[in-house]
Every structure is written in structure tokens, then in C-alpha cells.
Design a protein around this ligand. Structure first.
Ligand code: NCD
Ligand code: ZN
Ligand code: ZN
Length: 434
């Protein structure tokens, strides 16, 4: 059996810092098998999975349930623990139990998790800072958003644009600033999820200039859609935070290029078709799948000249590896060198078809998008999980928690020259070291 990679490009597998796999609790939307199959098909070799499942990953017992569910994974994964008002006494145990990072919902979201008070956040940041794990924030202010939405509903707004009106961009800057202050105070490392506006870049830049260990992500939907999507797509485009006006989209592209935004994640948030295609915007669930389409969509942007291939690799792999302590990437010298690889065909054309997606949530705003540049093979720690655009079914269960992979003994490279030492910054990454 031969393997021919003539004409293909070899990239480090993408690391998606933001996916929702819904198991346990909402497996009619997604589960760990379908969710990680979608990752494998998308050239994504590591995902960080969010805690707004049922039960939420707020206790060690809940973490055990999620670890059990994740035994089906095709790709490696980090599990997010929840930082909430009422689980501060669980944070140490969650770290001990193997969470890779924490998530704090400052804004309301799927699963109805109440957002913690600033006091609880401060205490949580202090505890987590001692262990060096990163805290990812859904940076919207729940009280303001809820009030605003209530008013719009009372006014009888049912049009899709009402969703955008309910969550003004400038308000998100309040949450980003507050999180950055708490991080500056406690020394916590933080990450701003799903940046949707140019406004949020101001407090992000400011915090970086002050020396706060803060990173930020945006998602393909904010880069590729603007306010016209509400007319074109209706309730399907409903996502938190909302897709915004053209000038915000332009600011996000700028932010990617000047380094203010560190990475691209997907906020893969599948829902049942029936839950997405409601006639009234307020009744449509927020979010849509993304982990399977990210690489093809962004390689299409590379082909169009909007982004260099080098920048894409930094945004999709190197930056998340560094931010979440996988650098040196799970013991490798540079991301991908532990054979977490996406082999891509930069010239291949395809049309995104929702029904062909491996995710259980079949409704995507990217339906019908023509892409140029697709992952054709995916390897996780040297093993094919996708080959010739086909899922390797038997590879279910090959995916491991990144905290476990990092604990495995690594062969020492025999010759580490000065250049390599400079790239890897000496020896070990962030996670595990405190
Ligand atoms: C996410 C979900 O459905 O879990 N939805 C979304 O609109 N982004 C939750 C979230 O990331 O806030
Ligand atoms: Zn969110
Ligand atoms: Zn999310």
C-alpha cells in the first residue's frame, strides 16, 4: 500500500479552542462521536470542548461523565471546566481531575448557566491562576443583554435583525475590560472567545499593552458574514454574539493581521434543524456547527489572497497550541511535529453541503459555499483518522485528553540546536507546570 502526497501541502492539524459537543445532556444535537468525526473530517486534530452540557462540567462527578463520553473521540481534546458562582470549591478538584482550561459565561447562553458575580470571578481567577490554566470568557454582560432583549420582544420585534439589535458591540467591551482587570489583578491567563466586533479589540489591545496574559479568537462566521446575512438566511444566522455590520468585519480582518486577534476558533455549536429554523428569531437556538468547515473556508481565503498560508497556520495551530500550553505541541518541537497533521489539497474545489457534514446538527449558514482548498487526510499522533476525505471509522477512541498526552513519556530529541531551543523557548509549555 502506497501513500501519495504529490501536490499536497502538509500543515499542523488545526487546534480548535472552542467547540460544544453536547454530551452528556443534549445528544440529539451532537455527541462525542459525531462531533470529533466532524473535527477529523475538517483537519482538526485537537479540540477544546465547552462545559455547557447537562450536567455542566462544574463538578468532578460531571467531569467524570464527560470523560466517559469522550472515550469515543477521534481526535485529541482538552476539556473545559466551568467557573461559576457556586463551584469555587470544585476548581482545584477539576484541575486535579484533568480539565485543560476553564470557561466562564459572563453572558447568557445555551444551557441557561447563570453568569457569576464579579466577586466570584475574582476568587475563581485567583485559584486558577495558581495552576496556570487559561480561563476563556464568553465576554458579554448578561444583565444588559437580557434587559435589551426583553425590551425588543415587548416592542414586538420578531425580525432577524432584532437579534443584532439586542446585543450592541460596545456593550461587549465592558465584559472584556472587566475580565482583563481581574486577570491583571490576579495574574490569571485569559482568553476572549468569539470576538465579533472592532469595539472589543480596543480593550484587548489595551490589556495586551499592560502586559496581561490575554489572547483572543474570532470565528469564520464573523469574518465571512455581515448584517446582510439576517435578510439572506433568517433565524439560521442567530448566534451569540451576533454577526455584525461590515465595518466590524473589516476591523476583525485587521485585528487578525496586526496580531490583536491571536487565533481562529469555530464556536462549533450544533442544534437540531427544528430548533434552528423557527420563524421567529427569538425562538431559534443560537449557534451552528463549524469545526468541519473552518479549514476549507479559511484556505479559500488563503487562495483568495486575504490571508497568507503562514498566517493561517499561526492562527489555527501555533497560537492555540501556545495559549493552551500545548507548546511545545504535546511534547513536539513545533506544532504538528508529533504527527498531528492535516494534509490539504489547496487546489481542490468543493461545495459545502449540510447533509454531508458529520456533525449531527445539519443546519449551517455555510450551506452552498464554494470552497477552494480542503483537508484530504488527517492524522492524529501519526494515525489516520480521515483518509481520502473519508472518516476512518475504526479510529473512534483514538483521541485522548491533552492532559494525558502531555503526561506520557517523550523521547528526548538527540540534537537540540540553538535554533530549535529558541523556537520552543527552552523546554516545557504552560499546562501542567504551575
Ligand atoms: C453556544 C451554544 O449553543 O452552546 N451558542 C452560541 O450562539 N455561540 C454557546 C456560546 O458559545 O455562547
Ligand atoms: Zn459563548
Ligand atoms: Zn461557544
Amino acid at each position: 500500500e502506497t501513500f501519495d502526497a504529490t501536490g499536497l501541502h502538509l500543515l499542523p492539524g488545526a487546534i480548535d479552542a472552542h467547540v460544544h459537543y453536547r454530551e452528556p445532556g443534549y445528544t440529539h444535537k451532537e455527541d462525542w462521536r459525531t462531533g470529533t468525526a466532524a473535527a477529523a473530517m475538517g483537519g482538526v486534530t485537537t479540540v477544546f470542548e465547552m462545559p455547557n452540557t447537562n450536567p455542566p462540567t462544574a463538578t468532578v462527578e460531571a467531569l467524570r461523565l464527560k470523560q466517559k463520553a469522550a472515550e469515543k473521540a477521534y481526535v485529541d481534546f482538552g476539556l473545559y471546566g466551568l467557573l461559576a458562582e457556586d463551584n469555587l470549591d470544585q476548581l482545584e478538584a477539576l484541575i486535579e481531575g484533568g480539565v485543560a482550561a476553564f470557561k466562564c459565561f459572563m453572558g447568557n447562553t445555551f444551557g441557561n448557566l447563570p453568569s457569576p458575580s464579579t466577586g466570584a470571578m475574582l476568587e475563581g481567577f485567583e485559584i486558577i491562576a495558581r495552576h496556570g490554566l487559561r480561563i476563556s470568557l464568553h465576554a458579554e454582560t448578561a444583565s444588559i443583554m437580557a434587559l435589551r432583549q426583553k425590551k425588543l420582544m415587548e416592542a414586538g420585534r420578531t425580525d432577524p435583525l432584532a437579534h443584532l439589535a439586542s446585543r450592541p458591540a460596545v456593550v461587549a467591551t465592558e465584559a472584556v475590560s472587566r475580565a482583563a482587570v481581574l486577570a491583571e489583578w490576579t495574574g490569571a491567563r485569559i482568553h476572549i472567545l468569539h470576538i465579533s466586533s472592532g469595539d472589543e479589540l480596543r480593550p484587548l489591545r489595551d490589556a495586551k499593552a499592560r502586559g496581561v496574559d490575554i489572547t483572543g479568537e474570532t470565528c469564520p462566521h464573523y469574518l465571512l458574514f455581515d448584517e446582510n446575512a439576517y435578510t439572506d438566511l433568517g433565524p439560521i444566522i442567530r448566534v451569540n454574539p451576533p454577526v455584525r455590520e461590515k465595518h466590524h468585519q473589516r476591523a476583525l480582518w485587521e485585528g487578525l493581521k496586526d496580531g490583536t486577534i491571536d487565533m481562529i476558533a469555530t464556536d462549533h455549536a450544533p442544534h437540531d434543524p427544528e430548533e434552528k429554523t423557527r420563524e421567529v428569531i427569538w425562538r431559534a437556538d443560537c449557534g451552528f456547527p463549524g469545526v468541519e468547515t473552518q479549514m476549507a473556508l479559511m484556505l479559500t481565503q488563503v487562495n483568495a489572497g486575504s490571508l497568507s498560508l503562514t498566517d493561517y497556520v499561526r492562527l489555527s495551530s501555533t497560537a492555540p497550541a501556545k495559549a493552551f500550553g500545548l507548546f511545545p505541541h504535546k511534547g513536539a518541537l513545533v506544532p504538528g511535529s508529533d504527527a498531528d497533521i492535516a494534509i490539504v489539497d489547496l487546489g481542490r474545489r468543493e461545495t459545502i453541503r449540510a447533509e454531508a457534514l458529520h456533525s449531527r446538527g445539519k443546519i449551517t449558514p455555510f450551506e452552498g459555499f464554494e470552497v477552494v482548498g480542503v483537508p484530504v487526510h488527517t492524522l492524529v499522533r501519526g494515525r489516520f483518522v480521515m483518509r481520502d476525505r473519508k472518516l476512518i471509522e475504526e479510529a473512534t477512541g483514538w483521541g485522548l485528553s491533552v492532559t494525558r498526552v502531555q503526561a506520557m513519556p517523550k523521547p528526548e530529541p538527540r540534537h537540540v540546536d540553538e535554533t530549535t531551543a529558541a523556537i520552543t523557548g527552552g523546554k516545557s509549555g504552560q499546562a501542567g507546570s504551575s
